[in-house]
Ligand binder design. Sequence first.
Ligand SMILES: Cc1cc2nc3c(=O)[nH]c(=O)nc-3n(C[C@H](O)[C@H](O)[C@H](O)COP(=O)(O)OP(=O)(O)OC[C@H]3O[C@@H](n4cnc5c(N)ncnc54)[C@H](O)[C@@H]3O)c2cc1C
Length: 244
Amino acid sequence: MVLAYRVGAKLRDTDTVQYHPTGAAYPQQIIGLLLTEKLRGMGAQPVNKDGEAFVFPLEPRDVEAASFIRECYVRDKGIVTPTGMRGVWLDTPMIELKNGKGTIEKSFPGMFRMFQRFDIDMRKDPMLVFPTLHYQNGGVETDPWGRTNIDGLWVAGEVSGGVHGKNRLMGNSTLDCLVFGRRAGMNAAEYLKSKPAQGKLSLEHVKTYTDMLKKAGIDTSRKAPMLLPDYRGKAVLARMIDIF
Ligand SMILES: Cc1cc2nc3c(=O)[nH]c(=O)nc-3n(C[C@H](O)[C@H](O)[C@H](O)COP(=O)(O)OP(=O)(O)OC[C@H]3O[C@@H](n4cnc5c(N)ncnc54)[C@H](O)[C@@H]3O)c2cc1C
């Protein structure tokens, strides 16, 4: 996305970010981790420090998130966590009261286990939540084929603007990526067919890159450009089953 901006892609005025209302505010290790909207869908009620249900739980994301921020930082009705962050309660025990015993383990098995590791039992204890950054309505202007104002640059997904306006509705980003990614790919292929060949294809650039590494004294066994560093620790790697 930064690249698209840097090369001067034209933007619409729909360049906004979207907050998800329920990011974890506690414990510290998982701050910001997204806690699915299904929790509120199944009856978990946001509650302030005085136990008041200050917002309808099924508002759109922006309204729900804004009300949490207001509760914490304008009305001063948030709960201060041990690390000084503020959040509101998400009353997850309500889920079992409304849907019966065992619902949480059945409907949220991964989340249930994760919180158990931190000694929090979602069936009995409410969670502490605060809005978390979730999605970018990137804003790069395209035509219906993903073409931008820059010749040879197509975009699809979060970088693009227009499909969702300023406020994406939940769950439709994957659809956007698939539909407009496909259209952009098809159009790019057509475009390339119409262009004269730019010389013979080769892997010369890989050789140049390897030579540059050698010259700079960088010794690496890396086979391809690394997009993200490997965050796995020794304990996790030890549990891996090598199937190859
Ligand atoms: C926790 C979470 C849950 C979600 N759940 C849903 C859901 O249920 N349904 C739904 O529809 N959407 C969901 N979304 C949104 C959806 O996943 C994303 O909007 C979508 O994956 C974005 O795809 P993208 O290709 O636009 O961007 P990305 O998936 O972010 O792809 C951009 C890629 O570009 C690479 N990149 C960045 N800079 C460079 C560079 N300089 N050089 C080379 N590569 C670069 C990145 O490494 C990345 O691989 C969720 C998002 C989050 C965070």
